[in-house]
Design a protein around this ligand. Structure first.
Ligand code: SAH
Ligand code: SF4
Length: 355
């Protein structure tokens, strides 16, 4: 994509082998080193490049195709960044520190929640991202750019990526897969596949397509309802890909990848929190040998739904465990203001359960 006459760098190149027209390969390698190893995103700071080349690069190439518009929160807790893309659209990423281990042996892991689209076409009834529909897909450079910029903001390595920000990652595979290539590559960001999680609302054909992607990235399925009737109330996509089809696609994915998946389930009062649903959820989890992640609904302005009472959340949790689901997690932290937009509370919870 070309905007304002600028090319969004090599980040948008479809392979991890960057190419810049007319620039010798060893110079491209130097640029790669500045960007990925050193996190330098300003051409003028790339001091081993001749100044004529630097001038040319700044005229024609955009180092990162976005700028920071706002940061909210603090480094010790969750930090949310709002990025302004070159066409003025806004997206967000959330940086989530998670502490693991017992006293004396604690290690802090940093997870970034990444957006893949501006808005979302799928209109799940609990989600702020889909309120205005889909504006556009992000480019490969805009996906990687979030990680590069957030890494600089954090001043340290990012350990995990979860694709749970704005948008449906599997609806944007043509831009996402090349981004994953560069994120995974030791010549790129070098983040290991098992530290990458894609979350999907259940696009069946795309799950099957992803099963062929060579790296062992993790998959999380936003289930949110155990049967069609319940799931349809929450997620319109269920009319296209009903529960049974989705579960079969999950089975195929697991068979292909030999990897556990996670079923995510937001608990919404009076909508999907009855114990019959808990039994169904446990049954599906058992069938897929999948982990279950229970997420008490995070209230969104303008939407009516509510988080269930604590006693109901506990009862639901217990019922899923009793149903022999292989592993069930429930996190009960309270949402902060900045978490409220698109399930970020849940993101922090997921980050903690992943690290
Ligand atoms: N489109 C993908 C991934 C991005 S959605 C998907 O649906 O899986 C971001 C994640 O935030 C989703 O997993 C969704 O389940 C969660 N989420 C969105 N709104 C939420 C809310 N109000 N409370 C809790 N979780 C929410
Ligand atoms: Fe889109 Fe995911 Fe939000 Fe549903 S939950 S509207 S799929 S971003």
């Amino acid at each position: 994509m070309q905007m304002n006459g600028m090319r969004p760098l090599l980040l948008d190149s479809p392979s991890e082998e960057w190419k810049m027209d007319g620039v010798p390969a060893y110079r491209v390698e130097q640029v790669r080193n500045w960007v990925f190893e050193k996190g330098v995103l300003d051409w003028e700071e790339m001091t081993n490049l001749p100044s004529s080349l630097r001038a040319e690069l700044s005229e024609f190439w955009d180092a990162v195709p976005m700028d920071k518009m706002r940061a909210q929160g603090s480094k010790d807790t969750t930090q949310k960044f709002l990025w302004r893309l070159r066409d003025g659209q806004l997206i967000e990423s959330v940086l989530i520190p998670a502490t693991k281990g017992t006293r004396g042996m604690r290690s802090s892991r940093l997870t970034l929640c990444v957006s893949t689209q501006v808005g979302c076409a799928l209109g799940c009834k609990f989600c702020a991202s889909g309120l205005d529909g889909l504006k556009r897909n992000l480019t490969t450079g805009e996906i990687i750019g979030q990680v590069l910029l957030a890494r600089n903001e954090a001043g340290r390595r990012i350990d995990n990526l979860v694709f749970m920000g704005m948008g449906e990652p599997l609806a944007n595979l043509p831009a996402l897969l090349p981004a994953l290539d560069q994120i995974l590559s030791p010549k790129g960001l070098g983040i290991g596949a098992r530290h990458l999680t894609l979350s999907t609302s259940g696009l069946v054909p795309k799950i099957l397509e992803l099963a062929k992607y060579p790296a062992q990235i993790r998959l999380a399925i936003s289930l949110h309802g155990g049967d069609n009737q319940t799931r349809e109330k929450i997620m319109p996509i269920n009319r296209t890909y009903p529960v049974e089809q989705l579960l079969e696609a999950c089975e195929r994915f697991i068979e292909e990848r030999k990897k556990m998946i996670t079923l995510e389930y937001i608990l919404i009062e009076g909508i999907n929190d009855d114990l019959e649903q808990a039994e169904l959820l446990a049954k599906h989890a058992k069938r897929l040998n999948a982990k279950v992640n229970l997420i008490p609904y995070n209230q969104v302005d303008g939407l009516e739904w509510k988080r269930p009472e604590l006693s109901q959340i506990r009862a639901f949790h217990k019922k899923v465990e009793q149903g022999d689901a292989p592993r069930v997690t429930l996190r009960m932290e309270k949402g902060h203001d900045i978490d409220a937009a698109c399930g970020q509370l849940r993101l922090r919870e997921t980050a903690e359960s992943l690290s």
